[in-house]
Design a protein around this ligand. Sequence first.
Ligand code: HEC
Length: 145
Amino acid sequence: MKKKILLVVAIVLIVIQFIHPTKNQQTNILDSDITKVRSVPDDVQQLLKTACYDCHSNNTVYPWYNNIQPVAWWLNKHVNNGKKQLNFSEFGAYDEKKAKHKLHELVETLEKNEMPLFSYTIIHKDAKLNDAQKKIIIDWAKANQ
Ligand code: HEC
């Protein structure tokens, strides 16, 4: 009985390796990109790219373990949920009220240390923001609200 269960689990694990969610990788920059509707200094953009863009833009840089299922589904869920809340690639599509609100939320998540997600910073050590880096982003977001 135990052997049968293990066999079934092994087969399921093998089969799901062939089912992959579509990757979030759009290389062209849309007219709605935040850089087209707000002025984003290089240092701010660099920080956002390193710490936020994997889940909040149309272009994720995937780690090698995205090739392993069910990990890819788990990562895909973060990217989809993250983009639903805030997408820097489509920021220009928000109306002004929503855009301001999103920048307000952004400040809040940084002040409360809610973003980037903790599970992400365990592996992406460079995404862990120090106080000076947080301040750069927060000052920019406040000036653009
Ligand atoms: C590993 C993926 C990931 C990374 C990296 C990430 N986020 Fe998020 N973010 C999410 C998800 C998922 C949500 C949806 C809410 C939730 O599940 O907590 C979210 C929600 C948000 C929200 C909306 C919060 C609210 O109040 O509803 C803001 C603002 C935000 N993130 C900003 C950022 C900023 C700024 C960074 C970079 C410093 C960042 N995030 C990095 C995944 C991520």
